[in-house]
Design a protein around this ligand. Structure first.
Ligand code: PBG
Length: 331
């Protein structure tokens, strides 16, 4: 790209001089349309539990869910994402609770689809909320077995779709899962169910608070490096996305967000598919705690989100979704 112009005939400060011209030439904007709100679920009644490592975020029992859903609807959030905290006694080696048609997520989907129709419902396809060991897949001979896991993921995605999930979002990083899920959905006449692939999910320590929230942290033995991506790699992310598009993904996700802006940007430039990013729990905690202890002011929330947009995200999964949408007109 050739940069034209020369000082003093060209002065870039001229177009920064007032709010109206800055608004006029802004290249990116953040609106409610860009936001996906994650919601944590818990069993029981009358519960709105604090999550220690995520100040301001709660786990809701189903009878308390309307408080946050009403807000999502009022502020025109286009999609919510559900994450269950499954009790210890419902977890086992193979995560079989994932296939219980009356599990927490399924009950939540049914409840939400009956009462709300203004936003989409997205559900995670992975076994970690349900396994006693906190991994996303089936362990066979001490290893996470890809193909055995696929059999369960296929059923889990079908179950979620059949009770009303609009967007199934495999976050497990097994090879081949998008194709298998797409085929299974089509066979069951669920051709309109969308697939958001967590195509580029790095093995990141920024997921720590989330594992707290869904109750997997203490259980997780080892790390997820045999299935989630190596943080040192970039070209591998293009291979992941290419494969998932071929297999039938409708959108792809990069995760975490801010430490991987380069990846978001490259995926956006290399593929013509909507790219989402996930500002994950650790990013949220870092920002919220810095605001709480007054090291940073709250404008960093907007700045962090606009950076994800500028990098190329069509939409962002963020725990700040409701907070920011209430303040957005200020910027
Ligand atoms: C589970 C899953 C994780 C997140 C979303 N789905 C955690 C993990 O892979 O350990 C992380 C989200 C966050 O940190 O906010 N498959």
């Amino acid at each position: 790209m050739k940069i034209l112009g020369k000082f003093p005939s060209t002065r870039l400060r001229r177009v920064r001089n007032s709010d109206w011209v800055r608004r006029l030439i802004s290249e990116n904007n953040l609106s409610a349309d860009d936001l996906i709100l994650p919601i944590f679920l818990t069993e029981g009644k009358n519960k709105k539990e604090k999550i220690k490592t995520m100040p301001g975020i709660y786990r809701y029992s189903l009878d308390k869910l309307s408080s946050i859903l009403d807000e999502a609807e009022k502020f025109k959030i286009p999609m919510i994402a559900l994450f269950p905290n499954t009790s210890n006694h419902q977890r086992d080696h193979n995560g079989s609770e994932a296939l219980n048609e009356n599990n927490l997520v399924c009950r939540a989907i049914k409840f939400i689809k009956k009462k709300y129709n203004k936003f989409g419902v997205m559900t995670d396809v992975a076994l970690d909320p349900y396994t006693s060991h906190g991994h996303d897949g089936i362990i066979l001979n001490g290893k996470i077995d890809n193909d055995e896991t696929l059999k369960i993921l296929e059923k889990q995605a079908l179950l979620q779709a059949s009770v009303g999930s609009d967007v199934v979002a495999p976050s497990d990083m097994m090879d081949g899962r998008i194709g298998i899920i797409r085929k299974a959905l089509d066979k069951k006449k669920l051709k309109d169910t969308q697939i958001l692939s967590y195509a580029v999910k790095y093995a990141s320590s920024f997921y720590g608070p989330f594992r707290d929230a869904i109750g997997s942290k203490q259980k997780l033995k080892g790390d997820k490096k045999t299935y989630q991506m190596d943080m040192r790699n970039y070209t591998e992310s293009l291979r992941e996305v290419g494969l998932d598009i071929k297999e039938g993904a409708d959108f792809v996700m990069v995760k975490p967000g801010m430490p991987y802006l380069d990846i978001i940007s490259q995926i956006k430039q290399n593929f013509k598919i909507p790219v989402f990013s996930y500002q994950v729990s650790g990013e949220y905690s870092m920002i919220v705690n810095s605001i709480k202890n007054k090291s940073l002011n709250e404008n960093v929330v907007y700045e962090s989100l606009i950076s994800l947009k500028r990098a190329g995200s069509n939409a962002i999964v963020t725990y700040f979704a409701l907070d920011i949408v209430k303040k957005i007109n200020k910027y």
